[in-house]
Design a protein around this ligand. Structure first.
Ligand code: FES
Ligand code: ZN
Length: 333
C-alpha cells in the first residue's frame, strides 16, 4: 500500500505533478495551503474583510467554502454565503438542500434567493419567455444576484468556486472566439467599483477539479454529485475540456501553468470599453441605461425587477443581523 510522503500513514491521493503520495490529513492541508498561497499571492483578502461566497451546491463551491472556513481565523476575514434557487427541477431542490446543510455545518450565515418567488420565474421559464438558451440567462441572473447581494452586504469580495480546469477551458474558449475582453476578467481577482459592483476573487485558482472534488469528499462536505441538466448544451466547453485533459495527461501541470501565466499578463488584455454606468432602475453596474437583468425583465414582465431582488436580499440580510455592517476592513497588504 502506498504511504503518505509526509508522515507515512496510508495514502489517499497521488499528486502526479509533484510525484508524492498524501494521507487524508496531509491532503486536506495540501489543498488549503494551495488556497492560502493563491489568496496571499494575488492579495485577494485582508484582515476584517467580509467575503461573500457564491454557493451553487456543487463540489467546487463546497470545497471553496470548506477551505475558506478553515482559513478564516488565520487570515482574519468574515464569511457569508449566498445560494440562488434557480428552479431547475429536482437538480435545484437537491442543490439548495446541499448548500443549506453545508453552510450550517461550517457555521456560515446563508442567504437563499428563490428565483421563482423573488423574480417571478425560474431559469427554464425565463429561458422560454426570453427565447435565450438557459445557460446564458442563468449566467446573467447569477452574476446579477451575487453582485447585488455583495453590494447590499457591503462585502469586500465575492468569492467564486472556479477551479483551474474551468478557467483553462474558459480561457481557451475566449481565445478561440478572440474575446480578449472576456479573458481580462478571468484572472484571480477583479477590482470593485464602489457602490455598484464588488470585485470577484477565485481562491481555487490553482486547484484542479479533481483536487477540489477529493477535498470536498474527504472533508465530508455536503454537495450534489450530478451536473445541471442544461450542461449538455455546452458542447464547445466539453470538447475543449477533453483537449485540455489530454494536454495535462502528457504534460502534468499544464492547466495550472496556463492560469498562472495568464495572471501575470492579465493587465495586457483589453478591458471592456465604454464607461461604467449605473442602472437607472436598480442602481447597480450597467453598460447602458439599464443593467442586463432589468433590460430582460422589463421586456418580458413589463417592469424591471432588479430593485425587487435588491430589496428582498436587504430584508434577509437584516433578519440575519448582517446589516448594518459594523467592522470596517483594513486594506489588503
Ligand atoms: Fe445555470 Fe445550469 S446551472 S443553466
Ligand atoms: Zn438594474
Amino acid at each position: 500500500m502506498a504511504r503518505c510522503s509526509v508522515c507515512g500513514a496510508p495514502a489517499v491521493a497521488y499528486i502526479r505533478y509533484q510525484r508524492r503520495y498524501l494521507c487524508r490529513e496531509h491532503y486536506l492541508e495540501f489543498v488549503e495551503e494551495k488556497v492560502r498561497r493563491a489568496m496571499e499571492k494575488y492579495r485577494m483578502v485582508g484582515k476584517g474583510y467580509r467575503v461573500l461566497v457564491a454557493l451553487s451546491g456543487g463540489k467546487d463551491s463546497a470545497a471553496l467554502l470548506g477551505a475558506l472556513a478553515s482559513l478564516r481565523e488565520k487570515l482574519g476575514y468574515e464569511l457569508v454565503a449566498i445560494h440562488i434557487d434557480l428552479g431547475i427541477y429536482e437538480y435545484s431542490v437537491r442543490s439548495r438542500e446541499a448548500a443549506e446543510r453545508l453552510a450550517e455545518k461550517l457555521g456560515v450565515p446563508l442567504i437563499v434567493v428563490p428565483l421563482k418567488e423573488v423574480l417571478g420565474a425560474t431559469i427554464p421559464e425565463l429561458a422560454k419567455l426570453s427565447g435565450r438558451p438557459p445557460c446564458s440567462v442563468c449566467g446573467m441572473v447569477k452574476r446579477y444576484v451575487t453582485n447585488a447581494a455583495a453590494v447590499e452586504l457591503e462585502a469586500d469580495a465575492l468569492a467564486l468556486g472556479h477551479n483551474a480546469d474551468d478557467l483553462a477551458v474558459y480561457n481557451l474558449k475566449s481565445f478561440l472566439n478572440q474575446d480578449l475582453e472576456a479573458i481580462s476578467k478571468l484572472g484571480p481577482k477583479t477590482e470593485s467599483v464602489p457602490g455598484v459592483a464588488v470585485g470577484r476573487i477565485r481562491p481555487l485558482y490553482t486547484v484542479y477539479e479533481k483536487e477540489s472534488f477529493l477535498y470536498a469528499y474527504l472533508k465530508g462536505l455536503p454537495f450534489v454529485h450530478e451536473d445541471c441538466p442544461f450542461v449538455e448544451n455546452q458542447q464547445m466547453e466539453r470538447q475543449l475540456k477533453e483537449v485540455v485533459n489530454r494536454l495535462e495527461e502528457e504534460r502534468p501541470g499544464t492547466k495550472v501553468q496556463l492560469v498562472t501565466k495568464l495572471a501575470l499578463r492579465i493587465r495586457d488584455y483589453p478591458r471592456p470599453r465604454g464607461e461604467i454606468r449605473r442602472c437607472k432602475a436598480c442602481g447597480l453596474i450597467a453598460s447602458g441605461d439599464l443593467c442586463a437583468l432589468d433590460r430582460l425583465t422589463l421586456r418580458i414582465f413589463g417592469e424591471p425587477r432588479g430593485p425587487r431582488i435588491r430589496e428582498w436580499i436587504r430584508e434577509r440580510a437584516r433578519e440575519l443581523g448582517l446589516i448594518p455592517r459594523r467592522a470596517a476592513p483594513a486594506p489588503a497588504s
